[in-house]
Design a binder for this molecule. Structure first.
Ligand code: FES
Length: 104
């Protein structure tokens, strides 16, 4: 059953904005990032096209990540590929009193 799972505690080190990092929760690996606007994003670490790793891929100025294998570009606002070639799943994420939760 899906539920909100705490992935960052209030005493964890403060993440650097715009730098994705990996967390493990409920047996899954997820990428998390805090944007410059202070919003949280979380997405799967594999590209939805052919499952290339998205680890270490940083967003561009427009807030999109480009898969290193075939250069599909996914916007972290809604997950859609900018040329309509699929969608990266974005996990629901929220911050409550300096703790971060992902809906898994
Ligand atoms: S595997 Fe990512 S674009 Fe093809």
């Amino acid at each position: 059953m899906a539920r909100w799972i705490k992935v960052l505690h209030s005493d964890d080190p403060t993440p650097i904005a715009q730098i994705p990092f990996v967390v493990r929760a409920a047996g899954k690996e997820l990428l998390l990032m805090k944007t410059l606007k202070g919003e949280w994003k979380s997405w799967e670490p594999q590209c939805p096209h052919q499952k290339a790793s998205l680890m270490g891929v940083r967003p561009d100025e427009a807030g999109c990540i480009v898969c290193p294998l075939h250069r599909y570009r996914f916007c972290l606002e809604d997950g859609y590929e900018t040329q309509g070639r699929g969608r990266l799943y974005l996990f629901p994420i929220k911050e409550v009193e300096h703790e971060v939760f992902v809906f898994l």
